[in-house]
Write a protein that binds this ligand. Structure first.
Ligand code: NAI
Length: 239
């Protein structure tokens, strides 16, 4: 396994689910990890269980909060933009506030976080930026036009930024999970879950560790020749 002992990773939305698993996996590889999310209490609980972890409160809908969190964090070598929300509904009836909230958290928040880490990465001439997109960012999904726009937007951001900063040995990649068992998906009905399962060639839902392993790989030294890529972690649901 790659050795990340001299690296600092900043993971957004790390209080639970995929983000927490990413923080754990990067810590397992030796990195110092900074867990960031809104809920300071949950974050502290998570950080206590992960070696070399500290935490910082961040609200990705607030540019001021993002700036403050990164100023507390110091130099970041690996940024994992994982925080995300859904506010589903048919486009025709979607409230603008639900559109805005999802775009602000999932896409604008990630962009502003990237802006915070770029100066030091450019100076160091090394960095890893990993954006957690989604299978639906590639396929589309009825009832999720706001969420899908944010996740497809992250893929566009990934590819553009990868080209802008490749000359400084900074890679930018996206991971597109399929159906992963987390709080976000626990709310789906059994009917919906069974329909999804029928479309997954590997015949199981994903685990948070499946996504975290992909993130750890993209953050590693070994992945240094991969940039602008979208890595599907979806059991074959979309190829
Ligand atoms: P989750 O709902 O369990 O956790 C989301 C995390 O984001 C939490 O830590 C929450 O505090 C944080 N967060 C939300 N809004 C925030 C804000 N304004 N500021 C700071 N932090 C905020 O979600 P889960 O399932 O772990 O998903 C993580 C990422 O993976 C999300 O971006 C999601 O869209 C994506 N994803 C999840 C899939 C799944 O099946 N669970 C499938 C594809 C993508």
């Amino acid at each position: 396994m790659t050795n990340m002992t001299n690296r600092t990773a900043f993971v957004t939305g790390a209080s639970r689910g995929i983000g927490r698993a990413c923080a754990q996996a990067l810590s397992d590889a030796g990195a110092r990890v900074i867990l960031a999310a809104r809920d300071a209490k949950k974050l502290e609980e998570a950080a206590m269980q992960i070696p070399r972890a500290t935490c910082v409160a961040i609200d990705l809908t607030s540019p001021e909060s993002i700036k403050e969190a990164f100023s507390k964090a110091g130099k970041v070598d690996i940024l994992v933009n994982n925080a995300g929300i859904t506010k589903d509904g048919l486009a025709m009836r979607m409230k603008k506030e639900d559109w805005d909230a999802v775009l602000a958290t999932n896409l604008t928040g990630a962009f502003l976080a990237i802006q915070q880490v770029l100066p030091s990465m450019l100076k160091e001439r090394w960095g890893r930026i990993i954006n957690i997109s989604s299978i639906v960012g590639e396929t589309g999904n009825p009832g999720q036009s706001n969420y899908v726009a944010s996740k497809a937007g992250l893929i566009g951001l990934t590819k553009s930024l990868a080209q802008e900063i490749a000359s400084r040995t900074i890679t930018v990649n996206a991971v597109a999970p399929g159906f992963i068992e987390t709080d976000m998906t626990a709310v789906l009905s059994d009917d919906v879950k069974n329909t999804l399962l029928a479309h997954i060639p590997l015949k199981r839902f994903g685990k948070v560790e499946d996504v975290a392993a992909a993130v750890r790989f993209l953050a590693s030294e070994e992945a240094g020749y991969i940039t602008g890529h979208v890595l599907d972690v979806n059991g074959g649901m979309y190829m």
